[in-house]
Write a protein that binds this ligand. Structure first.
Ligand code: AMP
Length: 397
């Protein structure tokens, strides 16, 4: 795969697939510009070389053309981030766009309309991909890690129409691949992964792959109850996937065979209902009363996790330890964030990804301490599963 830095963009036009799927408020202002900032290094590399840039992205989930989802809303924020003017065009393909691309001069930035106004984008339609490839750009650059696990027209199929020397990952995509590999494949031992979230079913592939990569696997959140039940514990009314009990047993057995130390909650904050106003108490994991449900890890578990993390050299975290949306059950998740921050300060390499974990790290002001915060949700999970993402594979085919 070619690296962006190997290309000189002087007088060349780079078509970049970015992920500008940013949140907007009621006045259509960008409320979090993280994704725009993340694309800046790639855009600047091309402009600084003396080239010009054509940006394409999706925004939200429009059903056909809908001004609410127009990328024109993000132009002011994009101009602010880049410190230069951005030309917006209200289509993604066709004569009008080709003309605008043709007239583009070095140093200029053109933003195309929301790709998902065309249903062909998500379908990975070859003709639509070709129409994008025919806009007149010299290079195709993919910098949208968040959609790299999708074989959409602009994220993967388009790459077929550019030869190996005329396509490359953007700097963000390159950094994501490098950071995930560094933790997953080249991590200094002991390697610890913390996997949380509601259900084990959504992370089976991740857990199975991690069994081949890590020394310690910490399982928290709702999914821990399926494992606790598999071990014979009474779990009261806690969330559980009964059809995954056998799978949990198999994972526990496999972990033992592979010498992976599995850490499950030893105590829990249980509640008498699923509410921030619920009555709560702390109980041991083998003593959950009937009709109560575990909504967070308890203090003994927090200390146990802290001890493992402070002795780890590489840490991977995805998924909350409890129902952190309710303040009453956010302690476990926050504690994990703080503990990872502390371990990172002492030199551990830490990778955090997934909306909830990233939100926790941001809320705690730990973003500078974590070694790498992934911008991907589904894409990160698929990388952790050991899958080759279509958007990445297409760049070297
Ligand atoms: P996921 O999208 O799979 O990472 O799951 C995130 C969700 O898991 C969050 O909305 C949490 O509220 C939820 N969650 C975490 N722990 C529990 C729990 N003990 N019981 C129910 N839901 C939980």
């Amino acid at each position: 795969m070619k690296s962006l830095n190997d290309i000189n963009f002087k007088n060349k036009k780079g078509l970049i697939r970015v992920d500008f799927n940013v949140p907007l408020n009621d006045e259509f202002q960008v409320t979090d510009n993280t994704r725009i900032l993340a694309a800046k290094p790639t855009i600047e590399k091309i402009l600084n070389d003396g080239g010009s840039v054509i940006l394409m992205s999706h925004l939200g989930r429009p059903k056909g053309k809908d001004d609410k989802f127009s990328l024109r809303h993000i132009v002011p924020e994009l101009e602010k981030v880049l410190g230069r003017k951005v030309i917006f065009i209200d289509d993604s393909i066709g004569d009008k766009v080709q003309k605008a691309v043709k007239e583009l001069k070095p140093g200029q930035v053109l933003l195309l309309e929301n790709l998902r106004f065309y249903p062909e984008e998500k379908k990975g339609d070859e003709n639509f991909a070709k129409a994008l490839a025919d806009l007149g750009a010299d290079y195709y650059i993919n910098d949208a890690f968040g959609t790299a696990h999708r074989a959409h027209a602009s994220t993967a199929v388009i790459a077929r129409f550019f030869d190996k020397d005329h396509k490359a990952p953007g700097k963000l995509l390159e950094k994501e691949i490098h950071s995930i590999r560094k933790a997953l494949d080249e991590g200094q031992k002991p390697v610890t992964a913390i996997i949380g979230g509601a259900k084990v079913s959504s992370k089976i592939g991740v857990i199975e792959n991690l069994l081949n990569k890590v020394d310690n696997l910490i399982i928290v959140g709702g999914m821990a109850f399926t494992f606790l039940k598999a071990l014979g514990n009474n779990i009261g009314d806690s969330i559980v996937e009964d059809d995954k009990i056998d799978l949990a047993k198999r994972i526990l057995k496999e972990a033992k065979e592979k010498n992976v130390h599995i850490i499950l909650p030893v105590d829990l904050v249980v509640a008498d209902r699923f509410s921030n106003d619920a009555n709560t108490k702390i109980v041991d994991a083998d003593n959950i009363p009937d009709h109560w449900q575990g909504l967070d890890i308890g203090p003994k578990t927090r200390d146990l996790i802290d001890e493992v993390l402070q002795n780890s050299k590489t840490i991977i975290w995805n998924g909350p330890a409890g129902v952190f949306e309710f303040d009453k059950f956010a302690k476990g998740t926050e504690h994990i964030g703080l503990s990872i921050g502390k371990a990172s300060e002492k030199g551990a390499y830490s990778l955090v990804g997934g909306g909830d974990s990233v939100a926790a790290v941001k809320k705690l002001g730990l973003t500078d301490k974590i070694s790498y915060i992934s911008t991907g949700g589904g894409a990160l999970l698929e990388m952790l599963e050991g899958k080759t993402l279509p958007g990445i594979a297409a760049l070297s085919e």
